[in-house]
Design a binder for this molecule. Structure first.
Ligand SMILES: *[C@@H]1O[C@H](CO)[C@@H](O)[C@H](O)[C@H]1NC(C)=O
Ligand SMILES: *[C@@H]1O[C@H](CO)[C@@H](O)[C@H](O)[C@H]1NC(C)=O
Ligand SMILES: *[C@@H]1O[C@H](CO)[C@@H](O)[C@H](O)[C@H]1NC(C)=O
Ligand SMILES: *[C@@H]1O[C@H](CO)[C@@H](O)[C@H](O)[C@H]1NC(C)=O
Ligand SMILES: *[C@@H]1O[C@H](CO)[C@@H](O)[C@H](O)[C@H]1NC(C)=O
Ligand SMILES: *[C@@H]1O[C@H](CO)[C@@H](O)[C@H](O)[C@H]1NC(C)=O
Length: 686
């Protein structure tokens, strides 16, 4: 025991220094004349929110873009060379002595971002990555304060609008600020959709190849009629500026985190951070419907009706006996998927489409008497877009109905047998009230995740041996005195945590997942599955859960000393932590982590290790909590890549924050940061 923990400690101290070193290298946010940025270096904005560097986006061709990226998102907030991919690792960004900002590479002309028209004093020009995400080339006055902006990335948006960016036009220079979507998921060349500001109508507009698909409605009383969600006024502060020099729209995020990033997709949808909040759904606009800001076109297509739309699903087309069928291809590689969609919509015989080439260009159309068969087995490799009409759900397609009935019957049998299984294994001891309220699908999901992740566990002892209790809503409500504010312990990422006292006198902590959060449901299942599998003195123990209508709650043992951050970053309470206690806490976390990574039946990566997720019991023993972000690894899997980068920035390893690559090492990195905090009593920025 002692040896493993001292090994962990030496790893931690190694990390301590290497993270310091890394910070040293990366802490640079500015290029001076003569400085360069190559593929193994990066710029990091002052508070660490944004980074800038060369990212490979096409691993087959080793193509890279020079991007500005918000650390917590997988999107590129800005791309310097969207029209000119650069072979990795050959790109170099240079600010030369002549004040030219350019990207040089091995094949062909450099990509020039800015070149000075007049020769000016060379040494007071710098290029800085700001915490807003703006990369600014500016002239400094003699005291070092910014004097004049020569060039800025915010003037050349790609498909992302950040708070503070402008949409509109500059009357003097004629410069237009607008977003344009990527061409395909693998090419940032300007694609079919644009988002721009119409200064006359005071509206935001999404166009596809010039045709207005969606409009926000005129700006009135601080809001737009069609900007979702309805509480947009609470979430965003919009401002419209109109003067003789310029006309533009800009916004800021009112949300306490100040975090926002509007992304225009290749199908015309506009969403905020990580697809969690839809701003505009122009992908549902067909020129014949007006819902949600969609625009009617002058000449709607007669054979299509409001309510008809294309859906994307895995599956294939089968010929029916009622008439001829055909497919046709468009091999024009300037067609992207939304062009295929528009072309199929216009052709009354067209029932579905997909792209033709692997790089998602060209089209294949299905016309005539096909029927679409969804393939829930997942064997058919690609997603197909198929037409759904109001009519098709009323008549015809008897076979589909038959298949549907058979599938439903099979599913029902499956669900019933799984439920029997679950009940027999005592995983869910449901009191009568709750039994009816868990919907079958969710139960199925939970069960599926159990079996797919736990093959090893099952083979070992055949019994999963959980003792999870189902708490009735009434008892939780009573224990927390109707979730009153006095009993609130804190607010986690996904909802508030309450203290409660059961009628038996047992103290509990109740995590109530916020209702509207999709991630909440996912997190609920994840945490339930994971934490019930894991048992260690340095992991927080889950007692059970409660499902009531849309409410999801997790119930834990209560920790009287709350979390580590309450002590660490509080000058008076911090004095209670002497060196011995601090050492014990570090050792406990190391043991818990070692168990997660090595000795548990599942290999678990926590992914969000931080001071506020370390709870302390009455003897100040640390317990790792909050497994909502955790991932299960099979024992021979070493690392994985994710599109959804979650966690807390200061604790994220660089390869995870920038490339989404995570492994047990990412947790060890966070542990190193945490150790630093425990030793120094200072917190990293969040
Ligand atoms: C990148 O630049 C750094 C110094 O800024 C240098 O040490 C390193 O060798 C360069 N890497 C490559 C691949 O050129
Ligand atoms: C991409 O880069 C990797 C490593 O640098 C190299 O092994 C591979 O051959 C490259 N692929 C291409 C297509 O250049
Ligand atoms: C700067 O400009 C001068 C004159 O145009 C040119 O001779 C020189 O090579 C340039 N320097 C760089 C580093 O490009
Ligand atoms: C909204 O923005 C305007 C202009 O930037 C500012 O004056 C106002 O205080 C902001 N309102 C809120 C609620 O942040
Ligand atoms: C491909 O499509 C584009 C855009 O519709 C068109 O301008 C171009 O002429 C087409 N090319 C061919 C070879 O048909
Ligand atoms: C996509 O693939 C086709 C056929 O392989 C090729 O002709 C075309 O240039 C490619 N387009 C892009 C944008 O990569």
């Amino acid at each position: 025991m002692a040896r493993t923990s001292s090994a962990c400690l030496s790893v931690a101290s190694f990390l301590f220094f290497s993270s310091l070193l890394w910070n040293f290298n990366a802490a640079r946010d500015t290029l001076k004349p003569g400085d360069t940025l190559n593929s193994s270096s990066s710029l990091v904005s002052g508070m660490g929110k944004f980074t800038m560097g060369f990212h490979i986006y096409d691993h087959n061709l080793n193509y890279s873009y020079l991007v500005v990226k918000w650390a917590a998102s997988h999107n590129y907030a800005w791309i310097a060379n969207r029209n000119k991919p650069i072979l990795y690792p050959l790109g170099i960004l240079t600010l030369d002595q002549n004040n030219t900002l350019k990207i040089t590479h091995k094949d062909g002309e450099p990509v020039v971002l800015y070149s000075a028209s007049e020769t000016s004093n060379a040494n007071n020009i710098v290029a800085t990555l700001l915490d807003s995400g703006n990369f600014v080339l500016q002239e400094l006055s003699f005291d070092g304060s910014p004097n004049r902006v020569l060039w800025q990335s915010f003037d050349f948006p790609v498909d992302v609008l950040l708070p503070g960016m402008k949409l509109g036009l500059n009357h003097k220079s004629g410069h237009v600020w607008s977003l344009s979507s990527w061409f395909t998921p693998n090419s940032a060349v300007p694609g079919a959709f644009t988002l721009d500001w119409d200064p006359e109508a005071h509206e935001l507009k999404i166009r596809r190849r010039g045709v207005v698909y969606w409009s926000s409605g005129a700006f009135r009383n601080g809001r737009f009629k069609f900007i979702l969600p309805d509480e947009s006024k609470l979430r965003y502060n919009f401002s419209i500026v109109s003067n003789e020099d310029e006309d533009y729209f800009t916004y800021s995020a009112v949300d306490q985190s100040g975090i926002s990033e509007w992304v225009l997709t290749i199908m015309g949808r506009l969403y905020d951070f990580d697809e969690t909040i839809d701003i505009a759904q122009a992908d549902y606009c067909y020129g014949s419907n007006t819902d949600g800001g969609c625009q009617m076109w002058d000449r709607p297509i007669d054979c299509r009706h409001a309510g008809d739309r294309f859906e994307e699903e895995k599956g294939y087309f089968n010929p029916t006996r009622s008439g001829p069928t055909a497919t046709s291809d468009t091999s024009n590689t300037s067609f992207s998927i939304s062009d295929c969609k528009a072309a199929c919509w216009k052709n009354c015989d067209c029932l579905g489409f997909n792209y033709l080439f692997d790089n998602q260009t060209g089209c294949r159309f299905w016309t005539g008497h096909w029927e679409f068969i969804k393939d829930s087995t997942g064997y058919s490799s690609s997603n197909i877009y198929f037409l759904t009409t109001k009519a098709s759900s009323n008549h015809e397609h008897k076979r589909i109905i038959w298949i549907g009935t058979a599938a439903a019957a099979a599913l029902l049998t499956m669900v019933l047998s799984i439920m029997c299984c679950l009940l027999r294994r005592r995983i869910f001891l449901l009191p009568g009230e709750n039994r009816r309220k868990i919907d079958d699908k969710e139960l199925l999901d939970v069960k599926e995740s159990y079996s797919s992740n736990n093959v090893n566990a099952l083979q070992n002892d055949g019994d999963m041996g959980h003792d999870l209790r189902v708490f009735s809503y009434a008892s939780v409500k009573a224990a927390t005195e109707n979730f009153c504010d006095e009993n609130k312990l804190g607010e986690g990422g996904f909802g508030p945590v309450y203290k409660g006292k059961m009628s038996t006198g047992q103290e509990i902590a109740v995590k109530r997942l916020s209702r509207c959060s999709l991630q909440g449901t996912w997190e609920f299942k994840n945490e339930l599955i994971l934490i019930s599998e894991l048992q260690h003195t340095n992991l927080v123990r889950i007692l059970g859960f409660c499902i009531h209508g849309v409410e999801r709650m997790l119930i834990y043992e209560y920790m009287p000393n709350k979390s580590l951050d309450c002590f660490l970053f509080d000058s008076t309470r911090g004095m209670l932590l002497d060196w011995k206690k601090r050492f014990n806490i570090i050792e406990g976390i190391a043991q818990g982590l070692l168990y997660l990574h090595k000795y548990s039946r599942l290999r678990v990566i926590h992914r969000d290790l931080k001071a506020s997720n370390i709870l302390l019991d009455e003897d100040m023993n640390p317990k790792i909590s909050d497994f909502g972000m955790a991932r299960i690894f099979t024992h021979n899997e070493r690392e994985a890549n994710t599109n959804r980068i979650v966690g807390t920035y200061g604790y994220m390893s660089p390869e995870y924050a920038m490339g989404g690559i995570f492994s047990t090492k990412s947790d060890v990195y966070s542990f190193g940061v945490l150790t630093l905090e425990i030793i120094s009593g200072m917190g990293v920025m969040e």
